[in-house]
Ligand binder design. Sequence first.
Ligand code: LLP
Length: 424
Amino acid sequence: YPQTFERRDGLCYIGGISIKDLVQKYYTPLYIVCAQTVKSRVESFKESFKKYLPFESRIAFAGKSLCVTGFLKKLKELDTWLDVVSGGELYTAIKAGFDMKRIYFHGNNKSFEELEFAIKSNVGYIVVDGFSEIEKIRELSKKYNYIPCMIRISPGIEAHTHEFIKTGKIDSKFGFPIGEDAIKAVKELSSIDSVKFKGIHAHIGSQIFDSKPYVELVNVMFDFANKLNNEGFTLENINFGGGFGIAYTEEDYPLSIEEFVKDISLEIVKNMKKYSMKDLAFTVEPGRSIAGPSGITVYRVGSIKKINGFVPYVAVDGGMADNPRYALYKAKYHAELDEKTEIFQEVKIVGRFCESGDMLIEKIMLPEVNVGDLLLVFATGAYNYSMASNYNRFGRPAMVMVEDGKDTLIVRRETYEDIVSHDM
Ligand code: LLP
């Protein structure tokens, strides 16, 4: 649940505002973001690092999980760094007034134009992902005399998560395989006049529940950093990526943010000593663990279908276009009715899009549902709006941020006119 979510006198509140009132104002489906939760999760990363790591640490929010101007403005207020993966995300960050020096620009196939846009915008780091990208940078170095680069390496670490969101294997489309290739990449990059080599990055996957793969990653990265030092390269930053898991349902038991940070930090401290290194800053790139629990989606039930002998279908006014995560990963979610709490019957929650895979929750116990009821789906702040589509020509829902009894519309609902606006 978002931190400010509560039930009072038969009504649900978030950020001090009743969900009924929000729906009256903005209709359904509606994404709601609790700013207090965003804040406390960012603080939790920061304070834990302060407690366990006696070196500079940076929290770079992974924009891919939720990249809209209003949300990035909030993160800017909270003094985070930012990870972007496209010209579009970078443009959004500029619109939000983000400090460009605090940006990591990622991507396994950045276009020449995107790289130039990033260099011109003075982003803090371009995280170079492959030899083809080095060639693009070589070309750009004729025009620009300062290009700060890191390299992404694939560390050969398997995290236990869905196949589609694992990224740390050697056989991966991301990064340079750790070893000879990665060293060659650093040598090639450093030989380009305008390039300033700054450090190394890795990301092992997403929705990871325990710290073991991170502890392994820290050791692998330090071992590699040491090799680079021995070759005469200095580093100013090691970035361990994101991936910290969250609880979507009662079955999920991820470590807390503090536990993740503690285990990573202790391992960093050990390695700093072991290799007598100093003057290094450390970065993590959480997306889901900051945005995910901050968000809920409110839908209205529009149709109920009872087929003899089968679990009833409860259809809501959204679905796979605003939350494709069941369709993509069989992801599980928790949901509740706005007005009732006691558990009553088993139902399936489906969407209104034209395919049978359009499901939000395969099986859940709910109180008796009626057409017109409001259904709340929890932990939808990350990878919902950011992966939303206009399938079946539905407009994307609105998004409202709530805090201390105030609601701010940060994304307006798409209209029919929006939907045809690109058609020539
Ligand atoms: N850094 C890099 C380089 C990444 O590739 C990612 C996620 C992150 C940070 C942030 O990971 P997080 O802390 O959010 O787990 N669409 C999928 C998730 C894909 C994640 C891709 N990379 C989903 O809905 O589960």
